[in-house]
Design a protein around this ligand. Sequence first.
Ligand SMILES: CSCC[C@@H](NC(=O)CCC(=O)O)C(=O)O
Ligand SMILES: [Mg+2]
Length: 365
Amino acid sequence: MKIERVELLHVAIPLVSPFRTSFGTMTTKDTFLLRVVTDAAEGWSEFAADPEPLYCSEFVGAAELVLDQHLVPRVTPEVTAAEVQARTHAIKGHQLAKATLETAILDAELRSYGMSIGTFLGATAAKVPAGVSVGIKNSIPELLADVEGYLAEGYARIKLKIEPGWDVEPVRAVRERFGDVLLQVDANTAYTLADAEHLRRLDEFDLLLVEQPLEEDDIRGHALLAQRIRTPICLDESITSAKDAATAIALDACRVINIKPARVGGYLEARRIHDVAVAHGIPVWCGGMLETGIGRGPNLALAALPGFVLPGDVSASRRYFAEDVTEPFELKDGFMHVPTGPGIGIEPIPETLKRFTTATNVLYS
Ligand SMILES: CSCC[C@@H](NC(=O)CCC(=O)O)C(=O)O
Ligand SMILES: [Mg+2]
């Protein structure tokens, strides 16, 4: 495909309520969309992280720069989505920025063929059960009210953000109030191996998993922790490639993997991780980065692959946004429907996008 124009559109979309994790509190989705215009079709994607490098080392300003100065020049003027990873391999890291570029090119390519990303990836379901991620709250009553609301909406699984000082008691309260609801926790690297005995206290609550308890580079630590707690360990931040997944599985550092296409460089690598995990009998689920509909749509397609046997974090758009730059994705009887249109199956609403756009940068024309 011949790329004719690459535009970066900064967007700032208010969240319906603050979202607190062990590494900070978000009140706005402040990121950028990428628009790639080719001679055959145009494609869209979004950068999944935030203005500050708190979830991982990447952040909006750096991603814009690395796309502008190092990634876009390596894929213009002619490229296919399958070539992007090899073309940009010389650039170390920047998986989320690379994912943004590959996905917009893949979207354009699939649209030119009239093929949905679900068909392309090998989706085998038309709808997927939806889980929801619940932030750290100011009090347990506030947490229980939130969880009650999400269960009433029909969410199939509850994920609680935890950190030292907010873990055993909130989990106990949710388990005692809501019985055997599917329940898991996410620490976003907030603990160390010294906390093993404390984390073992979570074993009494029959959690599906404990997500990323230790630092993202501590594969060995997770393998040691796995020998000391019963709750299955799930990795998120640690897994940036199929190779990482193979290593973590081989070292018994995880029994579940949270796959986020943004974290691993795009949907092609996400599918490779899915395949590696399935080959080893490791269940996977699709994580989230509070995406707008531009990221939410293709994530639903990925979540429909056969190895995604656990409910993911692809909730309804209204979980985070009163208004999104796309038509909202809705929860229906606990399921989210996989988009079936060409490419990612969703596009920005021009007027709304204009209203939420704070700056535009033409990276190539
Ligand atoms: C700002 S927190 C983003 C990363 C976090 N994501 C979620 O908790 C799910 C967010 C969502 O519902 O998209 C994770 O570590 O899994
Ligand atoms: Mg996580």
